[in-house]
Design a protein around this ligand. Structure first.
Ligand SMILES: Nc1ncnc2c1ncn2[C@@H]1O[C@H](COP(=O)(O)OP(=O)(O)OP(=O)(O)O)[C@@H](O)[C@H]1O
Length: 310
């Protein structure tokens, strides 16, 4: 059953004169990963910081499991685990010392700390590093410790700001896998400007640009947001450009190699049907025809208003 864990209503914030975010609305449910996507300066950190009660918004409301963050910040914050862009690690401490310190900060009763510690360490795959000093851990393992501190109090919502920033490719894969595991039994909000991160981890996307939401839906919808306007035909023998241009809707032709041609078309209609019919009539021996999907980068560029004008 879908249970609402976080609700952001008409959220706006200005630091001094200019609005950093304006009229942001979204809802997060009890399981899975919501990606907060946007380019640098779009307003992601501002939104996350308000959501976690780090700063107070200028306008609007945040509810965590029905609790108003502005009115009952202590109660609301108990339900959230937060890993900011720069993990708040005390690098002179061992993993155990640091996590015990975090458990105290989270007001976990002393008797329950050993169990909470073991669960968080096991989940994050760091049990074997309990006595290791944090500064002697790799970036990937330091980030695991950062994740362990975010879940030590078993929060309903975990908020992660650019969690794979600065990690090497292998560490990125491992941390993403871990985030997915964490999201199996709680809600995760992950902020990023990296499209592949969203593609690899998120179920839903809220995209902000210039402080406003420009897209909010599933990853599937995001990938299919823009209708294709190109298709590829594969033929045994390539026809002449002018013969292809005769087909209604064909706006451009570019040959890829000895057997493939990219067709740019206008209007929706049944362009493939027309091209297939024409191929049969002309005896072109068409072997394959398929639409080209707009790449995720293309969707991102269009949504953030940076698409090159044709
Ligand atoms: N403390 C601050 N004082 C004044 N302006 C700020 C402050 N923090 C952020 N801003 C401005 O608010 C806007 C949104 O910034 P924010 O950090 O929320 O974006 P972001 O999407 O998280 O970007 P990044 O990925 O670079 O952190 C930007 O124009 C930024 O310059």
């Amino acid at each position: 059953m879908k249970i609402s864990i976080a609700k952001v209503k008409n959220l706006s914030h200005r630091y001094s004169r200019d609005w950093a975010i304006r009229d942001i609305n979204f809802e997060v449910f009890n399981k899975g990963i919501m990606g907060l996507l946007g380019s640098n300066g779009a307003g992601k950190s501002t939104t996350m910081n308000i959501l976690c009660g780090v700063i107070n918004q200028t306008e609007g409301e945040v509810y965590i499991d029905g609790i108003n963050m502005r009115e009952q910040p202590v109660e609301a914050k108990k339900l959230i685990g937060f890993l900011p862009q720069k993990a708040p690690l005390h690098t002179e401490l061992t993993v155990d010392e640091y996590l015990i310190h975090c458990a105290h900060l989270r007001s976990i009763p002393s008797k329950q700390i050993p169990e909470a510690l073991e669960i968080a360490k096991a989940k994050c795959g760091i049990s074997h590093f309990s006595k290791r000093v944090l500064k002697n851990l790799s970036g990937g393992y330091q980030q695991r410790v950062g994740l362990a501190q975010a879940i030590i109090h078993n929060p309903k919502l975990v908020v992660l700001d650019e969690p794979t920033n600065g990690l090497d490719p292998n560490q990125i894969l491992e941390v993403r896998k871990l985030i997915k595991e964490i999201a199996e039994d709680r809600a995760v909000i992950l902020s990023t400007h990296i499209l592949s991160e969203v593609q690899a981890t998120c179920d839903n996307i809220v995209m902000v640009e210039n402080g406003r939401i420009v897209f909010a839906d599933t990853l599937y919808a995001f990938n299919n947001y823009i209708e294709p306007n190109t298709l590829i035909m594969e033929l045994k023998e390539l026809p002449a450009e002018q013969d292809l241009l005769k087909v209604e809707g064909v706006a451009g032709v570019s040959f890829i190699d000895g057997s493939r041609v990219r067709i740019t078309f206008q209007g929706k209609g049944n362009i493939t049907e027309r091209l297939i019919k024409h191929s049969v009539e002309m005896g072109w021996s068409l072997t394959e025809i398929y639409f080209e999907k707009t790449s995720l980068d293309g969707v991102f560029a269009q949504l953030s208003g940076k698409a090159p004008k044709n």
